[in-house]
Design a protein. Structure first.
Length: 290
């Protein structure tokens, strides 16, 4: 049984008014325990609206969201409990920091769960470690931190609730390459330690190609395609029609194939390109390609 599931999920903004807009419609979706899943799509395709249903933050206009086999909205209590188990990190979450110290900011979620202070303290230190934050920062104001540290602090605040599902909306947006790599490593560390499901919304095709197990592609409020990175990025023509592009290395591989180089079809990471060229070099007696 999937850990998260939606059936015929639809959300209409400003229903019954002249401003009515269908944001998502008839979404059938599932995520398994321990899966790392990427969500992509052009701006306005419904990604952010969709993920806000997965922890009960938004209520469907129609359709159902299930967590662990139960309707998230079967009761107010279960909806509240689900928000602790399905953690959602919004885009640019550092703008939501508000407490006087980093410790208090990370502790906010666990305290709302009703945990005692010993458990709260344990979770704050654990979450800081997963997020790559030095414990010496915990007594500082979050507003004294660098941009990257603030991003980690906001993620730590969600991780401190030990969610079974961690959902992140553009977690590396605006960061430099080193910062992006560190954030992804932090997320992977939490996933492996807790066996958590991770769902990441991103526009970074290179990033998603090398990290996720499966990709779900949104277009105009519906799921247009899903599959492994290789399956999705092999459909470069469809991606272009939806306002997206495959990873640059995939497009380079396609161009090299057009020029006659016998490369495999499923190249979508730099490591994959390197391995493919090494195979060709070995096949051709050690010369000519790499």
């Amino acid at each position: 049984m999937p850990l998260l599931k939606t059936e015929k999920l639809t959300h209409v903004y400003s229903s019954g008014t002249p401003f009515e807009r269908v944001a998502i419609h008839d979404i059938d979706f599932s995520a398994e325990k321990g899966e790392y899943l990427g969500i992509i799509g052009a701006t306005g395709s419904g990604k952010s609206t969709f993920i806000q249903h997965l922890n009960g933050l938004l209520k469907p206009s129609s359709g159902t969201v299930y967590f662990d086999g139960r309707d998230v909205h079967e009761s107010k209590k279960y909806a509240r409990d689900t928000r602790f188990k399905v953690g959602l990190v919004f885009q640019y979450p550092e703008y939501q920091l508000f407490e006087s110290t980093l410790f208090l900011d990370i502790a906010f979620g666990p305290r709302n769960m009703g945990l005692d202070e010993q458990d709260v303290r344990e979770r704050v230190h654990e979450a800081a470690g997963f997020a790559g934050l030095d414990e010496a920062l915990l007594e500082k104001s979050p507003f004294e931190l660098s941009g990257g540290q603030k991003r980690r602090a906001a993620i730590a605040g969600v991780i401190a609730m030990r969610p079974e599902v961690l959902i992140l909306d553009e977690p590396t947006a605006g960061l430099d390459p080193r910062g992006r790599d560190e954030i992804i490593a932090n997320i992977m560390s939490y996933k492996h330690a807790r066996g958590a499901t991770v769902i990441m919304v991103t526009h970074d095709m290179e990033e998603i190609a090398r990290t996720v197990d499966r990709i779900v592609l949104f277009d105009t409020g519906s799921i247009a395609m899903e599959g492994t990175p290789g399956q999705v990025f092999s459909e470069s023509g469809r991606l272009t029609a939806m306002g997206l592009t495959a990873p640059k290395v995939t497009m380079i591989a396609a161009r090299l194939r057009a020029l006659g180089l016998p490369l495999e079809d499923d190249i979508y990471t730099v490591a994959g390109m390197r391995d493919a060229l090494r195979k060709l070099k070995a096949h051709n007696g050690g010369g000519g390609y790499a």
